[in-house]
Ligand binder design. Structure first.
Ligand code: C5P
Length: 232
């Protein structure tokens, strides 16, 4: 099995409230993007990796990844698009090798559990398409006209990354989405639009996306504890 990795990290991170791009924000001495990539490379050996970053951060990200972890394989940095979907599309077109599985993981999820990454890839190679997901902690309601209605939490999943797909499926999904002007919130929804079933893999630990400053503070604390387990 030959697996390529795409890492969309081209978001502005405006909700974080920093002037620098989110990818370059410090997380205990290392940029957020590098943290995520080191985590992925420690868990799996990819044949190649394309990292998508904002235009204005291209040279800084290239410098930060000059000595990319070996597990990423051939690693290149490219400018992403205006939307996450466009960034992933750019990444797909930048692949040069003959990977048969493509894994997509948000640059802003630095805590991805190793077991979850491996399981998502294994399930995708067996079944075609898989995504990490977790159960909602809070109760969930849906708007219906003027009212709201409680949903059955036991049947709901929050979709995360990593997501992995047979390469042919993901390429076809993006080509179809472009031709038919479909905008999906993630790659699984684009692949699902082809009629493909999406398998869910429950995340084996916290895997949240750093979006607001509280997320960043939580990630920093978790990583400090990981490196010093006796600290509480
Ligand atoms: O904005 P959102 O939270 O959906 O971003 C998820 C991931 O997609 C982040 O890692 C972000 O950097 C990336 N992204 C991207 N290109 C964009 C917007 C978001 O690569 N235009």
């Amino acid at each position: 099995m030959r697996v390529a990795l795409l890492v969309p990290a081209a978001g502005s991170g405006s909700r974080l409230g920093y002037t620098e791009p989110k990818a370059l924000v410090d997380v205990v001495g290392v940029s957020l993007l590098r943290r995520t990539l080191e985590r992925l490379a420690a868990a799996f050996t990819f044949v190649e990796t394309v990292v998508l970053v904002p235009d204005e951060a291209l040279s800084a990200c290239e410098a930060a990844l000059a000595d990319a972890p070996a597990g990423l394989g051939l690693c290149v940095v490219r400018v992403g698009g205006a939307t996450r979907q466009q960034s992933v599309h750019e990444g797909l077109t930048a692949l040069v090798g003959d990977a048969d599985i493509v894994c997509v993981h948000d640059g802003a999820r630095p805590l991805v559990p190793a077991a979850t990454l491996r399981e998502v890839i294994a399930v995708a190679s067996r079944c075609g398409a898989a995504t990490a997901a977790s159960r909602p902690i809070d109760s969930v309601r849906i708007e219906e006209g003027e009212r709201t209605r409680a949903l059955d939490r036991a049947r709901l999943w929050l979709v995360e990354t990593p997501q992995a797909f047979r390469r042919e499926l993901l390429e076809r999904a993006h080509a179809t989405a472009e031709a038919e002007h479909i905008h999906g919130t993630d790659d699984a929804s684009l692949v699902e639009a082809l009629g493909q079933r999406i398998e869910l893999v429950e995340s084996a630990g916290p895997n949240f996306k750093v979006t607001v400053e509280a997320d960043l503070l939580a990630v920093r604390e978790m990583l400090r504890r990981e490196s010093c387990p006796t600290r509480r």
